[in-house]
Design a binder for this molecule. Structure first.
Ligand code: CA
Length: 221
């Protein structure tokens, strides 16, 4: 897996590169936005980490330019707290995720892995788990041919579980993907949604893995 870091804080960029290399990634670094855009267009990266305030060209413009060129490399924006740009803007320009500085290295690696994992499945609008079909573009769910009505948040929680069916998905990961970073409430909100999903989907669809999270396990009927 090859990563590109576009970050002008040299010390941060170098320490990220060192850490990610130790994790087994191949890492390229540039400190300039324009060069970042050039490298991202030319190189075949699995993921690009993009700072917002950069010399040459700001991160949002780099991101927008890549998307305009039909380049769909996963982009993780590294935003500054109280920066002049907000996270919504980052997502609007086509970023896949964002992380507010200062961030924990562990969280960064988890986000990178989540983005890389999500990629192959993300290409397909239909996710099938046993007799459950999740249509991600129409945001519709059916089990054994019967459409199940879900609220927006219920759908989003289910989508996280279905895309990673068979794997344990932690409450924190669901929270992170479904609720925005401004959400300050209790992580137990996830339980409320999982209970609702269990009622609607029927028993046996979502397992609780004690102390770890949830796992979707469905076998074809
Ligand atoms: Ca910067």
């Amino acid at each position: 897996m090859r990563l590109l870091i576009v970050e002008d804080e040299v010390r941060l960029a170098v320490s990220l590169a060192r850490g990610l290399t130790a994790e087994g990634f191949a890492v390229d670094v540039t400190h300039d936005g324009r060069e970042g855009l050039f490298l991202a267009m030319e190189g075949s990266y699995d993921l690009v980490m993009l700072d917002v305030n950069l010399p040459g060209m700001n991160g949002y413009r780099v991101c927008a330019a890549l998307r305009q060129a039909e380049n769909d490399v996963p982009i993780l924006m590294l935003t500054a707290k109280d920066g002049e740009y907000d996270e919504a803007e980052g997502l609007d320009t086509g970023a896949d995720d964002y992380l507010t500085k200062p961030f924990s290295y562990v969280v960064l690696v988890a986000r990178i892995r989540a983005l890389l994992r999500r990629r192959p499945r993300a290409a397909s609008p239909l996710v099938r788990v046993g007799d459950l079909v999740v249509n991600r573009s129409k945001r519709r769910v059916a089990r054994a041919g019967t459409v199940i009505e879900l609220s927006g948040k219920e759908f989003a929680v289910l989508e996280q579980l279905a895309v990673r069916a068979g794997e344990i998905v932690s409450k924190a990961e669901i929270l992170e993907h479904v609720w925005d970073s401004a959400y300050q409430g209790d992580a137990n909100i996830v339980e409320v949604y999982v209970s609702a999903l269990r009622r609607k989907l029927g028993s046996g669809a979502i397992e609780t893995v004690r102390g770890a999270g949830y796992r979707m396990v469905l076998h074809a009927a």
